[in-house]
Design a binder for this molecule. Structure first.
Ligand code: CP
Ligand code: NVA
Length: 310
């Protein structure tokens, strides 16, 4: 029997994998870990631990924040590109999970299908973290929520507007609305709605509003993302046409509450989903948001991988 972890091994494949209280504790811990790092404190609960990082899509922030986070927690991270591993040559996910999880203490995966991370987790003895799939990007939401809490306090009862594609980021915002109790208006063009099943799970908190200006009315937070996600490059021109009225610009931000924040998971395309004046303007917190990937994921790694915490 493989005994490092048992069937109670905790994975983070979507925001719904954490109880709302655990999610709030994790966000509070992320804020603490950020302060501790900024005061120069050394904290190494993951000494001798290794994180395997499987990437089947490009990444800057996710890769660097997980790798730096592991170093700061006293551990080590290995970058595994599908181009250079047997996974990329067709070795079954189940076999890769069984082998890797006998060697490392945690695995993050960035891939296409959500089913891939679920299958990997089923065969893994160690915690598996979703580092983005076509369906969800839960790690990004940890950073976004930490950023909101730091700037404005609790997000419960606030109004958030998602502008643009009903994509992986939008789905994770829907789950965040459900877990942290905020209202989410989703402004997307017809044909680009979020998954109805995911929306159904948060039906009392989320609604689709076709007009982005109407959706933005009195919002506390505006978030957007690229019009064509990784894997959708071939749809770029048709998406540019479909989303042309869905740019977050000054006119849209003027409709929001006076202390509304702007977030974007990055990378951003100025002049497409967001104007330069907004992303580089006073309401934008995108650099804090990007930095918080590091702190929020350190809190997540500590929660899932540190045996002292278990
Ligand atoms: N926001 C985000 O996940 O960025 P990367 O694609 O650079 O990891
Ligand atoms: N929706 C984007 C997010 C990138 C961080 C994508 O999947 O490409």
């Amino acid at each position: 029997m493989d005994s490092k972890h048992n069937s109670s091994t905790k994975h983070f494949l979507s925001l719904l994998d954490l109880h709302p209280d655990a999610l709030r504790n994790l966000l509070a811990r992320a804020i603490e870990l950020k302060k501790s790092r900024n005061s120069g404190e050394i904290y190494e609960p993951l000494k001798n631990c290794t994180l395997g990082m499987i990437f089947e899509k490009a990444s800057t922030r996710t890769r660097v924040s997980f790798e730096a986070g592991m170093t700061q927690l006293g551990g080590h991270a290995i970058f595994l590109s599908s181009r250079d591993t047997q996974l990329g040559r067709g070795e079954p996910i189940e076999d890769s999970a069984r082998v890797l999880s006998r060697m490392v203490d945690g695995v993050i995966i960035r891939t296409f299908e959500q089913e891939t991370v679920e299958l990997f987790a089923r065969y893994s003895q160690v915690p598996v973290i979703n580092a983005l799939t076509d369906l969800y990007h839960p790690c990004q939401l940890l950073a976004d929520m930490q950023t909101y809490f730091e700037h404005r306090g609790d997000i419960a009862g606030r109004k958030v507007v998602w502008v643009g594609d009903g994509n992986n980021m939008c789905h994770s915002y829907v789950n965040a609305a459900r877990q942290l109790d905020f209202q989410l208006d989703i402004a997307c063009p017809e044909g680009y709605d979020p998954d109805p099943g995911i929306l159904q799970g948060a039906a009392d908190r989320c609604r689709i509003v076709r007009d982005p200006l109407e959706a933005a009315e009195s919002a506390d937070l505006v978030a957007t993302d690229v019009w064509a996600s990784m894997g959708q490059e071939g749809e770029q021109s048709e998406r540019t046409r479909a989303f042309k009225n869905y740019q977050v610009d000054d006119a849209l931000m003027e409709r929001t509450g006076s202390d509304a924040l702007f977030m974007h998971c990055l990378p951003a395309h100025r002049g497409e989903e967001v104007s330069a004046s907004v992303i580089d303007g006073p309401r934008s917190v995108v650099w804090d948001e990007a930095e918080n990937r590091l702190h929020a994921q350190k809190a997540l790694l500590e929660l899932l991988m540190s045996h002292k915490q278990a």
